[in-house]
Design a protein around this ligand. Structure first.
Ligand code: DGL
Length: 266
């Protein structure tokens, strides 16, 4: 089925998921929406996130998208169940990779960095509940990182200050698996690696979501099996400096035009 897949996030974070989707699904085209005007979603109410998500999904449906990937842990936690009831197309969501981390840990300690909204969601609570007798799960709301990413700041003093504050206590607690429960956080991978060294494995959900999306496309007979040049379109609700910066870093410029159109949905 030669229709695009819609992907959205509160901002630029979902581009880390889009990257994995484009690798695993080379025959599919994608439309990405960054709601940067309303980022961060982390501290917003459930109602606000439901309304913002509905506006974006309706926009993506108006562009003929066949499936939606909610490339945002916070929006998944707040809105995915309501969105699935409201719209008649497959919607794939994202949750922190707590399960793989619990299965991989050797020390019995895992760390999760995420937003307040994600920690409050049922997906996170239910998964953590299953492993809590065997694994100590160290939670940390990584306040400030989303704002830095939205301003295209991925390294330097401010980044290190926050990462040290959030990661060093986990290191001291013998955490060996660090779960990035927000799609913005893999954008700080290099800065994180410098802090965690060989002691911790950094895990995010991008690849798993891409596999799940492929599965859902196949189950629904929606996968595009005809080979064609992958088309990527980008839309944002605000200034495009950060998104242009990240798009040119993550994707091979030349395969498409990294042109971001600004659309205000509210
Ligand atoms: N990328 C979003 C997530 O995965 C960011 C949250 C926010 O906007 O606060 O949760």
């Amino acid at each position: 089925m030669n229709k695009p897949i819609g992907v959205f996030d509160s901002g630029v974070g979902g581009l880390t998921v889009l990257k994995e989707l484009t690798k695993l699904l080379p025959n599919e085209s994608f439309v990405y929406f960054a709601d940067s005007a309303n980022a961060p979603y982390g501290n917003k109410s459930k109602t606000e996130i439901v309304n913002l998500s509905a506006n974006i999904i309706e926009f993506l449906i108006s562009l003929d998208c066949k499936l939606i990937v909610v490339a945002c842990n916070t929006a998944t936690a707040a809105a995915i169940n309501i969105m699935r009831k409201k719209y008649n197309l497959p919607i794939v969501g994202l949750e922190p990779a707590v399960k793989p981390a619990c299965l991989l840990t050797k020390t019995g300690h895992i760390g999760v960095l995420a937003t307040k909204g994600t920690f409050l969601g049922n997906h996170f609570k239910n998964t953590s509940e299953k492993y809590k007798d065997y694994v100590k799960i160290h939670l940390q709301v990584a306040k400030g990182l989303v704002e830095l990413a939205e301003n295209a700041i991925f390294e330097g003093e401010k980044v290190d200050e926050l990462l040290f504050k959030y990661i060093i206590p986990m290191k001291n607690a013998n955490v060996d698996q660090l779960v990035l429960g927000c799609t913005h956080y893999p954008l700080f991978y290099d800065a994180m690696l410098a802090i965690v060294g060989d002691n911790m494995k950094i895990i995010h959900s991008g690849e798993a979501v891409a596999r799940r999306t492929k599965d859902v496309l196949m189950i629904n007979k929606m996968i595009n099996s005809i080979q064609h040049v992958q088309k990527l379109s980008f839309f944002a609700s605000k200034d495009t400096t950060a998104i242009n910066n990240i798009v040119s870093k993550l994707f091979k410029v030349g395969d498409f035009y990294p042109y971001v159109e600004i659309i205000k949905l509210i």
